[in-house]
Design a protein around this ligand. Structure first.
Ligand code: E4P
Length: 226
C-alpha cells in the first residue's frame, strides 16, 4: 500500500519523510489555505523535499470542466512528473477527467462519498479515487465499508484505478484498509505518528538498552566490536 502524507506543512513533511517510508504528499484547498502562504511556494517546497519520484496530489479549484483542465495543466507544468491532479467526482469532474486522460495528465477522482462516484471517476479515466472515510462516518454511514466496496468494484471490473483512502481519524482505520489490500492511503501527520505510538514499544526498546548496559561502561555494539 502506498502511504502518503495528507498535509502541506513543510516542516512536518520534512520530519515525516526522514523517518517513514513515505510515497508522497496529498494536498487539498483547505490544507493549502491553512498554511497562510503562497500555494505556489508551498507546493514547490514540498516537491523539493519529497523529490521528483514521489507522488504529489494537488486539487483543481474550478467547478466547471474547462476550468478544471486549465488548473490541471498549470499544476502539472509547475510540479512536473508524478504530479496527480485531484478532480472532484461530480459531473463536470468526470468530463474533465476524460479530457485530462486524453492529454496524458494523471487524475484522482476526489470528494468520493459513494461507490458509484468512484466507479464513474474510474470509468472516466481517473488513476485514483479518494473516498473520505471519516467524513462518510460523520454522515452516519460506514466509511471503511464504503471504501472496501469501492476496492471490490475496481478489482471485480479490472479497472486501471486504485483507491486512495483519505480522511482518517485514527491509525486502526488505515490498518483495516491496508489488510484489505487497498492501493494507497493518505493520512495526517498525527495519524501516521500514531502507527507506532505505543508505550509497549517504547518500553521494550528501553528495556533492551537497560539490560545491555548491565555489561559495563560501553553502551553500543560499535563500542564493543569496533
Ligand atoms: C484527501 O483527498 C482529502 O482532501 C482529505 O483527506 C480530507 O480529509 P479531512 O476529512 O480530514 O479534511
Amino acid at each position: 500500500m502506498k502511504l502518503l502524507i495528507d498535509d502541506a506543512n513543510v516542516e512536518e513533511i520534512q520530519r515525516l519523510v526522514e523517518y517513514y517510508p513515505i510515497d508522497g504528499v496529498t494536498t487539498n484547498p483547505s490544507i493549502l489555505g491553512k498554511q497562510k502562504r503562497n500555494p505556489k511556494e508551498v507546493l514547490l517546497e514540498i516537491r523539493e523535499i519529497i523529490g521528483s519520484d514521489a507522488l504529489l496530489f494537488v486539487q483543481a479549484l474550478p467547478t466547471d470542466a474547462e476550468g478544471m483542465v486549465e488548473d490541471a495543466k498549470a499544476i502539472v507544468k509547475l510540479l512536473g512528473e508524478n504530479t496527480i491532479v485531484k478532480v472532484p467526482s461530480i459531473p463536470e469532474g468526470f468530463k474533465a477527467i476524460r479530457i485530462l486522460k486524453e492529454e496524458g495528465i494523471t487524475t484522482c477522482g476526489t470528494v468520493v462519498f459513494t461507490p458509484m462516484q468512484a466507479y464513474l471517476a474510474a470509468k472516466a479515466g481517473a488513476s485514483y479515487v479518494a473516498p473520505y472515510v471519516n467524513r462518510i462516518d460523520n454522515m452516519g454511514y460506514d466509511g471503511i465499508r464504503v471504501t472496501k466496496e469501492i476496492q471490490d468494484i475496481l478489482v471485480n471490473h479490472h479497472m486501471d484505478c486504485m483507491v486512495l483512502a483519505a480522511s482518517f481519524k485514527n491509525s486502526q482505520q488505515v490498518l483495516e484498509l491496508c489488510e484489505y489490500g487497498i492501493g494507497s492511503a493518505t493520512a495526517a501527520p498525527s495519524v501516521i505518528d500514531a502507527f507506532v505510538k505505543n508505550p509497549a514499544i517504547d518500553r521494550a526498546v528501553e528495556d533492551f538498552i537497560h539490560d545491555f548496559e548491565s555489561l559495563g561502561e560501553k553502551k553500543t555494539m560499535s563500542e564493543y566490536l569496533g
